[in-house]
Design a protein around this ligand. Structure first.
Ligand code: HEC
Ligand code: HEC
Ligand code: HEC
Length: 332
């Protein structure tokens, strides 16, 4: 229990530190001014629109996503993807074409500070099934826990540009999973999300959508607006200077940044698991030893879910401390 609280504090601290980074990159007020035009489709406060007239299907509607409370890294990537054509939508593409890189940074900074929607009441059995899939995946069918990438509270990962899913409109969540499954959406790096979506049944999609609607974004998101700038100022002075990252730090940093994939919860990802010696011996041989393994963790492993630095903002010394920790846990 004590350990769980401590881990959550660390996660919260790193999430806040990340929001600080986004704040520094974009101007919230300028973003808010620019967002007036987005409100026509995304709602005045970025809360989304569950029933926007669908230009491709006259007489039908489609869900326009909520942007409020989404992390800035992901928002930025999506606007750039629409602009470059890596992601396509008849309504959104034209909007993105007119945005400069500065506009994109400002808009992302703004929407990241707006509180996400609160949870809604859904069928309890459905939500319970969805929760189990979200947190534990389904080993037999090779479904990775959504939590491994989208985070324990579904608030995503700003540095890795992975989306938060809490506080999103249910109709949009379902439509996007279906788009990854059909291949209509293909802007996920390394087919990360398509590989998951392809293993889901319609029942899984309905259940996990219900669960995500039930938790809501308001409580899960960082950023009561007023505290973010304060954290951004404080962050550089935070304790644990990089050069002195120790093995004690390694354990804590591992829990906060690597456990979701390297713990026992995500077997389908085939990430080497903490404490399992056989998983680490071949890696150590491949990378040529401890320093090579640190280098590999920093670069990431192309074509897999192992992003550079595991998607974290850890320094080189901190990654070194985590690698020392996992090697010690494996008795190596
Ligand atoms: C004409 C309607 C329209 C306007 C105006 C519009 N959007 Fe969109 N936007 C959409 C639709 C529809 C989607 C979802 C596309 C899909 O279904 O894949 C979207 C998706 C997005 C996404 C991706 C969200 C996610 O969760 O992946 C972002 C970010 C975004 N819009 C930002 C903006 C911003 C910023 C503006 C204002 C500069 C804006 N949009 C204006 C219709 C619009
Ligand atoms: C291995 C990592 C990974 C796992 C596991 C994963 N996702 Fe994703 N997911 C992603 C990434 C990355 C994206 C965004 C891709 C991009 O850059 O556009 C994404 C996007 C999404 C989106 C679209 C969000 C939006 O705003 O448009 C939904 C919905 C989603 N995932 C649901 C799920 C569900 C449900 C599960 C579990 C059954 C899951 N994901 C498991 C990596 C993952
Ligand atoms: C989103 C999931 C995910 C996260 C988070 C993650 N990893 Fe990984 N990691 C993987 C996967 C999957 C592999 C196996 C890649 C492969 O197939 O070679 C891996 C492999 C590794 C390897 C072995 C590299 C090699 O060359 O064989 C190291 C070291 C490593 N991770 C360290 C870390 C550290 C340190 C963190 C936290 C800062 C972290 N990982 C976070 C998924 C993840």
């Amino acid at each position: 229990m004590k350990k769980a609280v401590w881990t959550q504090t660390l996660v919260a601290a790193s999430v806040l530190a990340m929001s600080g980074t986004v704040m520094a990159a974009g101007d919230v007020d300028a973003g808010k001014a620019k967002a007036a035009v987005c409100g026509a489709c995304h709602g005045v406060t970025g809360q989304g629109n569950p029933a926007f007239p669908d230009p491709m299907n006259p007489g039908k509607t489609k869900a326009v996503p909520a942007l409020a409370g989404q992390n800035g890294g992901y928002l930025t990537k999506q606007m750039q993807d629409f602009k470059s054509g890596a992601r396509k939508d008849i309504l959104m593409t034209g909007q993105a074409l007119g945005l400069s890189d500065v506009d994109i940074a400002n808009l992302a900074a703004y929407y990241a500070t707006v509180a996400g929607a609160e949870g809604v009441t859904v069928d309890a059995d459905e939500a319970a099934r969805g929760k189990s899939l979200y947190q534990g995946g389904d080993m037999a069918r090779g479904v990775t826990a959504c939590m491994a990438c989208h985070g324990p509270e579904a608030s995503g990962n700003d540095m890795a540009k992975w989306p938060g899913l809490s506080g999103q409109l249910g109709g949009y969540t379902t439509a996007q999973i279906e788009a990854f499954r059909s291949g209509d959406r293909y802007n996920d790096p390394n087919k990360m999300m398509r590989d998951v979506a392809n293993r889901l049944t319609d029942g899984d999609v309905a259940a996990v959508t219900a669960y995500l609607q039930s938790i809501g974004g308001a409580a899960a998101k960082p950023a009561p607006v007023a505290t973010v700038p304060a954290v951004a100022e404080v962050a550089p002075a935070a304790p644990a200077p990089v050069a002195s990252a120790s093995s004690a730090d390694g354990a804590a940093l591992f829990q906060a940044s690597c456990f979701a994939c390297h713990g026992p919860a995500a077997p389908a990802l085939q990430a080497p698991q903490v404490g399992v010696k056989d998983n680490w011996v071949p890696r150590l041989e491949k990378t040529g030893g401890r320093d090579g393994m640190v280098a590999s963790a920093i670069t990431g492993v192309a074509g897999t879910a192992m992003a550079p630095r595991g998607g974290s903002a850890l320094s080189d010394a901190e990654i070194g401390a985590v690698v020392d920790y996992v090697l010690a846990q494996a008795g190596l």
